[in-house]
Every structure is written in C-alpha cells, then in structure tokens.
Write a protein that binds this ligand. Structure first.
Ligand code: NAD
Ligand code: UDX
Length: 482
C-alpha cells in the first residue's frame, strides 16, 4: 500500500488529503501538524475549518485510510510520498519584509524530513512557494548525504475556499512539475497515478519544476488582476452613471474574456492573492525587472484603493462624519461559505470606520467574536505570525460589538455595510431592517447583493459598488483624502 504523509493540516492540507483518501482506498494518508489543537479538531465532530461538503468526505474515510496525527516524525519517516502544505506567509521582518515569502515553516519541515528519513521519498511542494524554491529544498534534503534519494515535485493547489471540495473533486487541472531526469519522470508518474484515481488523464498536466512553481503565482496574479480591473471600472461607472454589472456582463460575453471573476466588490481578500502577488513583485525586483514588478504591484494598489474608496463613500455620504454613529457590518469573512478572515476587506473597512470614531456592530454567520477581535487588533501580515499578536486596546474594543443576528446588528444603526456576499443577506427582510434603523437610513453594499431599486423604494439611501449613484450620495462633497 502506498503511504502518503502530508505536513500541514490547514485549509489546503486537510481537504486535499481527505479527497485523496476518499478517492483512493488503496492508499494510506496521514495528515500531520505541529498544532495539537488543529489535529484534535480534525479527529473530532467539529472540524477546524468550515467548508461545504468537507464533513462528508472526512467521515467517509477517517479511520479507514485517512488519519490525523501530531506524531509528525513517525509518519514522515514511514511515508513514500510526503506532501508539504505548510503556511508560507509574507515576511514581516528583515530582508524583503512586506513582500517576500517567509519560508521558515517550509525550511523547518524540509530539515525534519531530511533528519528522520531512512528510505527514498518523493517530496511534494503543495504550498505556494517562490519559483526556484525546489532548488533550495533539494539542497536542504540532501545536506546530510545519507544516500537517500529525494525527488522534489511541485504540485501547487488551485482550490478556492468555500468551493474546495467541488474544486478538488473536479479540478480544471492538476499540475505536476519535476526534474527532467529519469528519476524525476518516475516520480511524476507516481504522483500522477494517485490523481489518476479520479482525475481524467488529459487534466493532469506535467512540466518542469520552475514552470510549475511559477504557474501558481501567475494564476493567482492574473485572477486578482481581473478583480482589480473590474474594481477600477467600478469607480469609473460611479463617476459616469454606467452600471458595473452591465459592463461586466457585456465584457464577459466575449468568449476570449469569459464571465467569471468579474464581480466588482469592496476588494479581494483571502490568504493568497495579496501574498502571492507581493511575492511575485519581490521575485521580479530580485531579477532586476522593475517595470514588471510595478505592473503587478498596481493590482494590489487598486485593491487598497477600492477598500479606502468604500470607506470614503460611507463617511462622505453620512454628512462627512460617522463619529459616534452605529454602523452595522454584515459579513466579516473574506468571501461567502468560509469562516476564514485572512486579509478580508472587512478588516480595512472596520479600521477606516473606527478611525472616524464610528461604533460598529458586526455579524457574520461563520466567524467568532474572538476571531474578529483578534483580527481588528493585529497589524498587517501578522495573522500568520502569532508571536506578534496583541489584544485590542480597551478603548477600541468598546467601539466594537459582535452579534449573532443581522437584525440585532442593524437595530438603531445609522448605516449598514454589506462586506461578504452571504446568501442570507439577499433574503433579509429589509423593511424590518429599515424600520429598526435611525433615519435617514443608509446602506452600503460592497458586494452587489441587494436589489437597489427595491431598497430605495423602502426609503434607504443606497450605495452599491459600481452602480449609478443615489443623488443623495452623489451630491455630497468627497471626504478629504485619508
Ligand atoms: P494554514 O495556515 O491553514 O495551514 C498550514 C499548517 O501548517 C498549520 O496548521 C501549521 O500549524 C502547519 N505547520 C507549519 N509548520 C509546520 C511544521 N514544520 N510541521 C508540521 N506542521 C506545520 O495554511 P493553508 O491556507 O492551508 O496554506 C498552506 C499553503 O497552501 C500556503 O503556501 C498557501 O499559500 C497555499 N495555498 C492556500 C490556499 C487556500 O485557499 N488557503 C489555496 C492554494 C494554496
Ligand atoms: C484563490 C484562487 O481562486 C485559488 O485558485 C487559489 O488556490 C487560492 O486563492 P480563494 O482566495 O480561496 O482562492 O478565493 P477566491 O474565490 O479566489 O476569492 C478571492 C477574493 O476575491 C475573495 O475576497 C472574493 O470575494 C474576491 N472576488 C472574487 C471578487 O471580489 N470578485 C470576483 O469576481 C471573484
């Protein structure tokens, strides 16, 4: 029986390995992690991450050929194939801080693999890493020259949170990069055989290591670029009376462009897009490609602009001040169907509103109050560096309230901001929301989920990203730049 061990039981390691075990009953899969709490949760009825369909897949094979353990070394030593799916956050200190990928976790995993291995292994880069990482990993793995053959493969993961199970069950493609040597090709075939249990052969793409590593950064950069492109258009739509949904529809009808990933929003979030683009920017700079670096940097800058533009709309519409006013925040996760808040636009919007002294009341169906308070207290990029976390100051904490119901959040509020596109926000009884609010009642939709005309009929003053502006919103002077 082939034995797989995956180091890192996070948003990628957990679901990906569960899918492999589910589809390959003849393979034993053990997912290991240094976080005992995370492993205990994977072994319990309350999984550590919320992902539609994940529970069924885990329950279908846990204890059969899927195991979760914190005995990292034992299972790595026993495995034929070791996936490394540890976090690769943005560096917060030292050379390349704020851009380069922090490979501390990766390097420590690689050193441990080298130390405990007693048999040949295929080591698979599942984490997103800078191009050429495999070269450094090879050096680490072979540093104590025990005569063990390590083959490094790049097998980046393309799943998106909220649809991870669907994406894993029917991937657009599985990408495998390896050395162009006979041993490298043999390793590629071995990994291909795992995925071939359920992925059609034509969807399993193989290539050289550097192309595979770079393809992952390129895919995320190009996806994020589409969002920044449509978000940039949303600003122009608001200035001209065009409707961004109509523009996106017309543009997406071109078969060369396609309709996906053209939804204007308050800004993209998530643990990947910003981190991977900044990493790409850093790699370009290191290679002397300043113009290329500046091109990609702009994708992140437009995203930051979109978030601050949203805050300015709120403040300027509400008579240029939100000081002491209650603002309801509907949705805190970075997208619907996940409880993940890493780099969510909601953090920046809440900081902007708190900076103007608003009182905010937050509701999200999947994010805990503790998580929200932690997120609002931390500095940029610190979410993956727990040693830097600090509690929120008592004065700031007094201005934030987390509630478990959208109606409770909006009660007595002067304004409502929709920041995550949860389906339930489309179906709220907005008449009831309006009746419970201070007047004039404002609603700012950062996700284009509400029916603008219906809400205007109820009496709301409505702003929806990239849609023709309510005269009330339009006629007010813009807030001074922050
Ligand atoms: P995560 O933080 O959820 O999980 C990483 C896990 O690795 C953590 O549980 C951590 O405790 C563990 N870990 C770190 N060092 C370890 C070590 N030395 N030994 C054992 N365990 C260790 O991260 P994630 O979201 O799963 O992302 C993992 C990688 O996959 C990143 O490189 C990310 O860029 C990439 N990726 C993420 C997504 C996504 O949607 N989250 C999608 C595609 C790719
Ligand atoms: C992304 C990539 O899609 C995935 O392939 C990669 O493996 C990891 O990074 P993820 O971050 O989980 O996945 O979610 P995604 O669906 O890409 O959304 C990212 C952000 O962009 C979210 O905040 C989402 O709301 C936003 N978004 C997405 C838009 O604002 N508009 C869109 O049209 C699409």
């Amino acid at each position: 029986m082939v034995k797989i061990c995956c180091i890192g039981a996070g948003y990628v390691g957990g679901p990906t390995m569960a899918m492999i075990a589910f589809k390959c009953p003849d393979i034993e899969v053990v997912v290991v992690d240094i976080s005992v709490a995370r492993i205990n949760a994977w072994n319990s009825d309350r999984l550590p991450i919320f992902e539609p369909g994940l529970e069924d897949v885990v329950k279908g094979c846990r204890g059969r050929n899927l195991f979760f353990s914190y005995d990292v070394e034992k299972h790595v030593a026993a495995a034929d194939i070791v996936f490394v799916s540890v976090n690769t956050p943005t560096k917060t200190r030292g050379l390349g801080a704020g851009k380069a990928a922090d490979l501390t976790y990766w390097e420590s995993a690689a050193r441990m693999i080298a130390d405990v291995s007693k048999s040949d292994k295929i080591v698979v880069e599942k984490s997103t890493v800078p191009v050429k990482t495999a070269e450094a990993i090879e050096k680490i793995l072979t540093h104590n020259n025990k005569g063990i053959n390590f083959q490094i493969l790049s097998n980046p993961e393309f799943l998106a949170e909220g649809t991870a199970i669907e994406d894993l069950a029917k991937p657009d493609r599985v990408l495998i990069g390896g050395r162009e040597t006979p041993e490298g090709q043999k390793a590629i075939e071995a990994l291909k055989a795992v995925y071939a249990h359920w992925v059609p052969e034509e969807n399993i793409i193989t290539m050289n290591l550097w192309s595979a590593e770079l393809s992952k950064l390129a895919a995320n950069a190009i996806l994020a670029q589409r969002i920044s492109s449509i978000n940039a258009m949303s600003a122009l739509c608001e200035a001209t009376g065009a409707d961004v949904s109509e523009v996106a529809y017309a543009v997406g009808k071109d078969s060369r462009i396609g309709p996906k990933f053209l939804n204007a929003s308050v800004g993209f979030g998530g643990s990947c897009f910003q981190k991977d683009i900044l990493n790409l920017v850093y790699i370009c700079e290191c290679n002397g490609l300043t113009e290329v670096a500046n091109y990609w940097k702009q994708v992140v800058q437009i995203n930051d602009y979109q978030k601050s533009r949203f805050v300015k709309r709120v403040v300027s519409s509400m008579f240029n001040t939100v000081s002491g006013k209650k603002i309801a925040i509907l949705g805190f996760a970075f997208k619907k169907d996940t409880g993940d808040t890493r780099e969510t636009a909601a953090i920046d919007v809440c900081h902007g509103l708190l900076g103007d002294n608003a009182k905010i009341s937050i509701y999200d169906p999947q994010v805990t109050a503790d998580q929200i308070m932690r997120d609002l207290a931390m500095n940029k990029f610190d979410w993956d560096h727990p040693q830097h976390l600090q509690p929120m100051s008592p004065t700031a904490a007094k201005k934030v309230d987390v509630v478990w119901d959208a109606y409770e959040a909006t009660k007595n509020a002067h304004g409502v901001c929709i920041l995550t596109e949860w389906d339930e926000f489309k179906k709220l009884d907005y008449k009831k929301v309006y009746d419970g609010m201070q007047k004039p009642a404002f609603i700012f939709d950062g996700r284009n989920v509400i029916n603008v005309e219906e809400l205007r009929k109820i009496g709301f003053i409505v702003y929806s990203v990239g849609k023709p502006l309510d005269p009330w919103v339009k006629d007010l002077p813009a807030a001074p730049p922050s």
